[in-house]
Design a protein around this ligand. Sequence first.
Ligand SMILES: [Zn+2]
Length: 675
Amino acid sequence: MELPFEDLSIKEKIIELTQKLHHHNHLYYVESNPEISDFEFDTLLKELQELENLYPQYADENSPTKRVGGDITKKFEVVEHIYPMMSLSNSYSKEEIADWETRIKKLIVDEPEYVCELKYDGVAIGIKYKNGKFNQAVTRGDGSKGEDISANVKTIKTIPLVLRGNYPEDFEIRGEIFYPLKAFQDLNNQRQEAGEELFANPRNTASGTLKMQDSAIVAQRGLDCFLYGIYGNNLPFQNHFESVKAAGEWGLKIPSLKKNYIKKCASIDGIMEFINYWDTERNNLPFEIDGVVIKVNNYNQQAELGFTAKSPRWAVAYKFKAERVRTILETITYQVGRTGAITPVANLKPVLLAGTTVKRASLHNADQIEKLDIRINDEVFVEKGGEIIPKIVGVVISKRTSNSEPLEYITKCPECETPLVRKEGEAHHYCPNQLACPPQVKGKMIHFISRKAMDIEGLGEETIEQLFEAGLIKTIPDLYELTSEQLLPLERMAQKSVDNLLKGLEQSKNVPFERVLFALGIRFVGETVAKKLAKEFKNIEGLQKATFEELIAVDEIGDRIAESLVAYFSDENSLVLLKRLIEKGLQFEVIEVENNNLSDKLEGKAFVISGVFEKHSRDDYKKMIEENGGKNVSSVSSKTNYLLAGDNMGPSKKVKAEKLGITIISEDEFLEMIS
Ligand SMILES: [Zn+2]
């Protein structure tokens, strides 16, 4: 039974936690200056989540727990914009920008002042705040109406759910949501590991992500934003620049003034300087921009200038030319990936592009080649976008010789000659010979031993190549049958490295089931999916017996993953492989631990681990700390108790720890503490 006074104290606790988390979220994501560790943050968040589950009546709709998503939007509501979301007139030449500036000076009475900004290559968004709280986020749409994607936008951690300071009661702020390049690359790496198609570029991926129905997936994607355009009645500013600075004070993520993402300029010279600077510097930004925007700063002058039918007269966009060069396509090679996917790669006559010499370009797949009608010896246009590898965007048809013939896509695997297959709806061709096609076999082993999978010490990609070439390993279980007699005669194999390798293999028998499952390299079974499956089915027999229906009944397991699993377990060869691995003693079931804590010797102590260790891995030490009641924090602060230091520790950490008087301990000393 709940007594009323208890409820009130819980309500207060929820409010307190909510405020605390909003505060730390701002410090972490907007100011990049955290005061507490990730662990402490997660603990507070968990506490709040638990209270909200028990007392949903007190949960705020803008609670920090909304960041993890979970709201499903079946259909995005169409919303009318209060202030039309116009696009800017674009220009590709500096002369046009100079003309625009001359025109402005003639049209207004007083000397104008300008604000130059970066033109972020993302998705335009308008976010309404009412009484300091996130109210609604709407896409540009057709400019007069857009879609309400609030549930998804709320998961973006750099967008505050509550504001701070002296904000207007009711306003809208506009800006751009984008995919940082690092997050985009990470996403594609994950997809590659899971054998999924890669996304083509950050902008389209950002836009696709924002339109997903499940906000929990959006929450994991790492989208970011810059906000800079304020709209509302009776705003307390005279000009644009001040309004942006004020928005920063309310906790909104504005473009960095320090890094020159936004700058006031008095004249055309300043504008040109800004354009020229970013035309080269943009290659070093952690996100993509496609130009620069120039605005008249003063609101009265903006009003004086007004609008054309399509865009404001007081602003203009200068678009950078995509860096594009011409060169000759010499040959095409076909790469076979771990999953058997064939990727065509164009070998080009070397050419300079965006500061680097380019010799190869991605062609993605057969459709792409067909669409562009790319042929050998063609002169082609190559561009560098958000992707790391440049791509071919077109062919100079006029330069083509009369004897040129359309390219015929390969029908057999370039490595093992097996006829390729292409499933309906899939862009890539596949070599189905999973068990004997060398790059697939090697690729699967390399995946198996990789850090996030079995993480086998003393065994790297090169050694796998070497063992494979020497005929010592044909399938994964062969690894566990290697002997020092076999290994010692090999090049670069001394007794010590052989011992390490064998020890590493032996230790990998303790790697938990979820990672073993991921290590098997079943198509579409990435790290997260493997975790889900392990948790749900507990052991390999359970998973193997699961029907398609039982599989898709699991949260986040879709048709594609289920089909892939069913196919895997109905393949005789996989069963032989599994049987052998089980015999070798690898973990094929979840080991449930009732109470993880071995002791409370480290109760309340915060540890930072840095450097390389001899006796155990870093992850092992992290576990030991937790198992003995301590906690792991990622950076050294006054709240850290111990710095567990290995070899090659970063010097800055050491200096900081010494300055703060934190005890630095070696691994032996640590082991002593918990012994
Ligand atoms: Zn093959």
